[in-house]
Design a protein around this ligand. Structure first.
Ligand code: SF4
Length: 378
């Protein structure tokens, strides 16, 4: 897996406004876009050595769709100039409804974007308001339609569930609308209360309440049932695709420990066994790059044990599970022997399915992925 082509991630750190639940780094001074783009190109010129081949480019954020098509073209062109990016690369942009027009969508296809991931979150106006989103339900629907009409053949949408007071019925209504729009990919994320967000503060002050565990489990099961019946394959805890072809090639790299390079503020890079991350501050990022320094805030060298723990956790998150052969070869270990007692216990509890080739979470096990991974690595 480590020999597979690398991914290039570019973090575009700009949003119109900050959503109260969001833990990703971004800021709202759009006047800084030109300085950022020029620093980004300089950062690209400083990266070496890098893996021999890249087959994905992912513009995430933030709200990359705030960038004009000619700026996106400039970034894609620079990516090709500085990195051995395949001509057949999957090139994704994250976009928010309300920031994209039919003309804009056509223009970004023309400059090389071939996959769009739309941050819908909800098709209900009241929910969108609660989430502090800038767009309406009508704009959410229009963005999918416009992306299709513009020529996108690979459309992904993101939805959020586990919202305070949300029932399974409410969530099914959202899912029904989602599948009726026929995106190729649907990602469903459970609302989490990220530290230092407004939602977290409200939760701590008792202004909002996290959904009960039982409700979260019900909504999670509902998601899998509904989407699988609607022709979407579960391939990762939060991700569903119409066919394997539409699984996010870029995100699969994160789950398989493939190498990736992240550029822009807060972006992470991984080239086994080293992970590094950039400053989560545009100011510090610009300062470092202007001084000719890579804007790296920190790095860690993962020990074999840490890598095994991560590989176990990441593998379990996927529908294919852990490849026992791969993990044995990679770490010179006997997975089955090393974890024999715990594997036996987990099988007995019905949360994993174990064959000589693979260790996969069962349907029941998917609800307890984090806890199972922790037990396996303990
Ligand atoms: S959720 Fe998206 S649009 Fe909202 S603040 Fe975070 S990155 Fe920006």
């Amino acid at each position: 897996m480590r020999n597979q082509p690398a991914g290039l991630y570019i973090h575009i750190p700009f949003c119109f406004s900050r959503c109260p639940y969001c833990g990703f780094y971004s800021q709202t001074d759009l006047d800084l876009i030109p300085s950022f783009v020029s620093a980004l190109k300089q950062e690209m010129s400083m990266i070496a050595p890098f893996p021999p081949a890249f087959d994905t480019l992912y513009l995430g954020g933030g709200t990359p769709s705030l960038l004009e098509p000619d700026v996106i073209a400039e970034i894609i062109e620079a990516s090709y100039r500085y990195f051995p990016l395949s001509a057949k690369a999957e090139i994704t942009i994250e976009a928010n409804p309300g920031t994209v027009t039919p003309v804009y969508l056509k223009e970004i296809i023309a400059v090389g974007i071939n996959r769009i991931s739309i941050g819908i979150q909800s098709f209900e106006d009241t929910t969108l308001r609660f989430l502090g989103r800038m767009h309406s339900a009508a704009e959410a629907i229009a963005s999918i339609r416009d992306a299709r009409e513009a020529g996108f053949e690979n459309i992904g949408i993101d939805l959020m569930y586990g919202l305070p007071g949300q029932s399974a019925k409410d969530w099914i209504t959202e899912l029904k609308t989602a599948v009726s729009r026929r995106p190729e990919h649907i990602a469903c994320y459970m609302l989490t209360f990220e530290p230092r967000t407004l939602f977290d503060e409200w939760k701590n002050k008792g202004k909002i309440k996290a959904a009960e565990d039982e409700t979260v489990s019900l909504l999670f099961e509902t998601t899998i049932d509904f989407l699988e019946k609607s022709g979407y394959n579960y391939y990762e805890i939060s991700n569903f695709a119409k066919t394997g072809h539409y699984e996010s090639r870029h995100n699969r790299k994160y789950w398989s420990h493939a190498p990736y390079i992240g550029l822009g503020p807060s972006a992470h890079s991984f080239m086994e066994p080293v992970r590094s991350w950039n400053h989560s501050s545009l100011k510090k990022y610009l300062k470092d790059v202007r001084k000719g320094r890579r804007p790296v805030a920190g790095n860690e060298t993962l020990t074999d044990n840490a890598l095994i723990l991560e590989a176990t956790y990441l593998g379990l998150r996927t529908a294919k599970g852990i490849s026992i052969n791969d993990i044995n070869q990679r770490f010179g270990m006997d997975f089955g022997a090393r974890f024999a007692p715990i594997l036996k216990a987990l099988s007995k509890e019905g949360v994993i399915s174990l064959t000589p080739e693979r260790c996969v979470l069962t349907r029941k096990g998917r609800l307890f992925c984090d806890g199972i991974a922790a037990r396996l690595s303990g």
